[in-house]
Design a protein around this ligand. Structure first.
Ligand code: ADE
Ligand code: ZN
Length: 339
């Protein structure tokens, strides 16, 4: 069957991590430059993955290399038909490593993003975030409220959302003051929840952080009341199918939680999470769910529309993406539906 090209479908990409989206060959180059060993990169669950991830992040230890990762990320997003990208950056990784204050770290990131945007037209809004493994008191004398304050003072200067990642066994409650700072500033709040832990973890993320979106959220399907809550409150789940397979959150793509979220009327977006490690680019993820669940172009367009609407993009950008999606639907199908 002829299908419309997924690359041509305008998309917002809302759940991706900065270092986890770096080109593998770039990371190899950095590791060689720094004389570092990033290990065998083997993982089968989230705690193991977090260790592997940190080793990769540690290879980015020069301002010019941080800037390069940011620029390449935007170039790679553009190649996937992404018009708006919302990568999560954890500035605490860099305060110590680059020996620079957070605002200078952020200025370097912004330069990289801006160069990518200038070259491609793909726009970026950063999700500033914290890693729950670092603890509430944070790292290097910088606590999580200070990260939220950094995010808050850069609302309107490139930061659009505030997130929390890391090991979901660490409960979100102690991070509440940081979420409150982010809400107060009008940032979107996007905790990771419902990935490796079940509905109880999602309910506590809801109570503690009053989320606008959830990174993952897939395990909400285990609780019908929770599904109803997500639908009624239009809390978007930024789903990353291959990540879920690789970290044991779904045992088989055919058994993935996505169709149940869609059937329940929960707003859903499709994402890569960490393409450096999981090997699937954004169009691959769309193709995977299209082919597995027999989704129509209208259903793919629906998820792409949710990605624009739920994003932190400026209104004009959202409207541009929505128009582009309608144009895509009005266009003739292509030969293979991917390229
Ligand atoms: N950091 C990077 N990827 C992550 C994931 N899938 N879950 C939690 N923290 C992460
Ligand atoms: Zn994630």
């Amino acid at each position: 069957m002829r299908r419309r090209s997924i690359k041509r479908l305008p998309k917002a990409h809302l759940h991706l991590h900065l270092e986890g989206s770096a080109r593998p060959e770039t990371i190899k180059e950095f590791a060689a430059l720094e004389g570092m060993d990033v290990g065998d990169g083997v993982f089968s669950n989230l705690p193991e993955f977090i260790v592997v991830y940190a080793k990769t992040a540690q290879t980015i230890r020069r301002p010019e290399n941080l800037k390069r990762v940011c620029r390449e990320l935007v170039e790679d997003e553009a190649a996937q038909g992404v018009w708006w990208s919302e990568p999560m950056g954890v500035p605490q990784y860099y305060w110590e490593r680059l020996k620079l204050p957070v605002d200078e770290v952020y200025a370097i990131m912004q330069e990289g993003f801006a160069e990518g945007t200038k070259a491609t037209g793909t726009e970026v809004g950063m999700m500033a975030g914290i890693n729950r493994n670092f603890g509430v008191d944070g790292l290097f004398g910088v606590n999580t409220v200070q990260v939220a304050e950094f995010a808050a003072r850069n609302k309107g200067n490139g930061v659009v959302s505030f997130g929390i990642a890391g090991d979901e066994r660490i409960p979100p409650d102690p991070f509440k003051p940081a979420f409150d700072v982010a809400h107060e500033a009008g940032l979107l709040v996007v905790p990771h929840a419902g990935e490796t832990m079940g509905p109880g973890s999602v309910w506590s993320a809801i109570q503690t952080s009053r989320p606008n979106r959830l990174a993952h959220g897939v395990r909400a399907i285990e609780d019908l009341d929770l599904l109803k809550y997500l639908r009624d409150n239009q809390i978007t789940c930024d789903v990353a199918p291959t990540s879920n397979l690789m970290l044991g959150v779904a045992n088989d793509i055919e058994l993935h939680q996505l169709p149940k979220l869609l059937d329940a009327g929960v707003p859903v977006t499709i994402n890569t999470d960490d393409q450096t490690f999981f090997g699937m680019l954004l169009c691959d993820e769309y193709k995977l769910v299209r082919d597995t669940f027999g989704l129509s172009d209208y259903e793919l367009a629906g998820m792409a529309k949710v990605s624009a609407l739920a994003s932190g993009a400026p209104e004009a950008t959202k409207q541009r993406i929505l128009q582009g999606i309608d144009d895509w639907l009005a266009s003739e199908p292509d030969e293979d539906g991917v390229g």
